[in-house]
Design a protein around this ligand. Structure first.
Ligand code: AGP
Length: 592
């Protein structure tokens, strides 16, 4: 997830662009850059690292350009380096583009361009866009962009400027956000409203399939066929801080509600091609998953999928327990490190020790260029964008998506399974748009001091994850347990004031879960069920029922997790706690 800004008007564009990028830095901070039309020529500056590196580079430069575009990158394709930083330009440096999202067919486009003798300099998908615009340019930037759109597949938002048409910006929205800002004698574009608020509160959020032609004296919005559209201007009441949270009270809540898009972004990254790994899981004797916290729980879910579809034994271990053990690992083993930050010390140092014993190291990270990314033999990426809330939410479901893609990667009906996986973001959206009931339930139980979370099979790791969410942001004791294990001790904990959250989708262990719920009720326990909409059994049995849209067994973790994220969030918020930065915790634990 990257950040895009653009300005055209009568003020120096650079200041506007840098201020806008500062407000979008939460969307990604691998590198940043700007492109301006200065004295009839394109001026481009881009630097690896945070915006401040770019500011340092531009310091003291007397740039008078009154139009330009800017970008802060969260790398999806191509390593983190200056060459891959945006803006990207065509060979003649007459056009510049900044882009957020994924051009899925960029490999084919790159081949076509190279056959035309066009030098493709970077490792990014973005560069294909600017070369196509330059190729299609016949005197009108808007027409060149419309023609280019006919060649692109994927989910993207981009903005283009040209030295041939100073003061004009053409920008496109198709799957990634883009908002137009309306000023007086000046106009703006940005990936998100926060970047616009210092300059204007009058905005037009573009819809997918719309193109904006931005000039100082006017804004013209078209569909992809070039038909002029009439759009209403929206006045934003937000203050700047709340806008960075997109109007949400906390980053965690924003990130929970971002999951339909981050899941879609992540799945799309793998839907059109396989994982580009030079091996099949079947080439290994065993897969050893090593992770911490929420990433460990994702690994437990992945275990079921990999064993089911790849037929390879999977062991899931806490990283902190691996490092000082005498774990027997060798060349015939695949070590799969899961870490959203890619910087967790426990995970890094344990898998490096295993790698030294000869195993192959594959990592699943959310941050390109992170330590684990650099240190692994192979890396898979989630495309969840930077996660600001300390409690992992969107990165967990994004990890599940990639683990599922990995598990089914060599099945015959892989494409069918992956296209089916694309139903998940829509079902998550459906649930989130109707999730008010969880908030009321959370407030009702906010005074409890102990919770049990139980589940079986794919819902057992979800029970662990739900308990962790509650613990880490509300400081309430919560324990996740395999439901079948309750009778071996923990059932002694059951009493009226200790609610049990029972995750019971209609899967292969559903009937067993009903029995476990009965066991809890028989001991005067209260049960909050998480199950499919309209489940009459659960409605009869449970004290309260959280209903999710039905989905096939394999994909239930994507849906059962979401209400548990919200349940924890609403309790912590009701208790007035620091949801985004809970006590004693850090977003990335870089110490052992
Ligand atoms: C999850 O909500 C916690 N923030 C924590 O357990 C986290 O999952 C763990 O520290 C691992 O982090 P990583 O995925 O960045 O390695």
């Amino acid at each position: 997830m990257c950040g895009i800004v653009g300005y055209t008007g009568s003020s120096p564009a650079l200041l506007v662009l840098l201020q806008g990028l500062e407000r979008l830095e939460y969307r990604g901070y691998d590198s940043a850059g700007v492109a301006l039309v200065e004295k009839g020529e394109l001026y481009v500056d881009k630097k690896v690292g945070k915006i401040r590196e770019l500011v340092r580079s531009l310091w003291g430069k007397d740039l008078k350009a009154t139009a330009g575009i800017g970008h802060t990158r969260w790398a999806t394709h191509g390593e983190v380096c200056e060459l891959n930083a945006h803006p990207h330009t065509d060979g003649s440096s007459e056009f510049a583009v900044v882009h957020n999202g994924i051009v899925e067919n960029y490999r084919e486009l790159k081949e076509e361009l190279e056959k035309l003798g066009i030098a493709y300099r970077s490792q990014t998908d973005t560069e294909a866009i600017v070369h196509l615009v330059a190729l299609n340019y016949e005197g009108d930037l808007l027409k060149a962009v419309l023609k280019t759109l006919e060649k692109l597949t994927g989910a993207y938002a981009f903005a283009v400027i040209s030295a041939k048409e100073p003061g004009r910006i053409v920008a496109v929205r198709y799957g990634s956000p883009l908002v137009v800002g309306i000023g007086k004698g000046e106009n703006f574009i940005a990936s998100d409203i926060p970047a616009l608020l210092p300059f204007t509160r009058d905005v037009i959020p573009l819809k997918d399939g719309e193109v904006v032609d931005l000039r100082p004296d006017g804004v013209f919005i078209y569909d992809f066929k070039g038909n002029l559209l009439t759009k209403d201007v929206m006045h934003v009441p937000w203050d700047i801080i709340s806008a960075e949270k997109g109007g949400f009270k906390h980053f965690m809540l924003k990130e929970i509600f971002e999951q339909p898009r981050t899941l879609s972004d992540t799945i799309r990254g793998y839907i059109s091609r396989d994982l580009s790994l030079p091996f099949s899981l079947k080439d290994f004797r065993r897969v050893l998953v090593v992770a911490c916290g929420t990433s460990y729980h994702a690994g437990l879910v992945g275990k079921y999928w990999i064993e089911k579809y790849a037929g390879v034994p999977v062991e899931v271990a806490y990283a902190s327990e691996v490092r000082y053990s005498d774990m027997q690992v060798g060349e015939e083993d695949l070590v799969l490190a899961i870490s959203q930050s890619g910087e967790t010390a426990d995970t890094r140092f344990s898998v490096l020790a295993l790698k030294e014993k000869g195993s192959t190291l594959l990592s699943l990270v959310n941050v390109m260029g992170s330590a684990l990314d650099r240190e692994s033999d192979y890396t898979l990426y989630t495309h969840a964008g930077p996660e600001i809330g300390v409690a992992a939410t969107k990165t967990f479901t994004a990890q599940l998506a990639v683990l599922y893609a990995l598990a089914v990667n060599h099945t015959e009906d892989r494409q069918v399974k992956m296209e089916n996986l694309l139903r998940v973001p829509h079902l998550v959206e459906e649930y989130l748009s109707n999730s008010e009931a969880v908030r009321e339930l959370a407030i009702r139980y906010a005074d409890r001091r102990d919770f049990l979370y139980i589940g079986r099979y794919l819902s057992y790791p979800v029970a662990l994850e739900g308990a962790l969410k509650l613990k880490e942001i509300s400081y309430i004791h919560a324990e996740g347990y395999p439901a079948g294990e309750m009778k071996h001790g923990p059932i002694a904990l059951i009493e009226e004031k200790t609610p049990t959250i029972a995750i019971a989708p209609k899967d292969r262990v559903y009937e067993k879960m009903l029995s476990n719920i009965e066991e809890v009720l028989a001991r005067k326990g209260k049960v909050i069920g998480v199950g499919f909409e309209g489940d009459e059994n659960l409605k009869k049995l449970c004290t309260n029922l959280i209903e999710i849209p039905p989905i096939e067994e394999d994909l239930t973790p994507f849906l059962t997790t979401i209400p548990l994220q919200l349940f924890a969030y609403y309790i912590a918020d009701y208790l007035g706690l620091d949801v985004d930065q809970p006590r004693n915790l850090a977003k990335t634990v870089t110490v052992e």
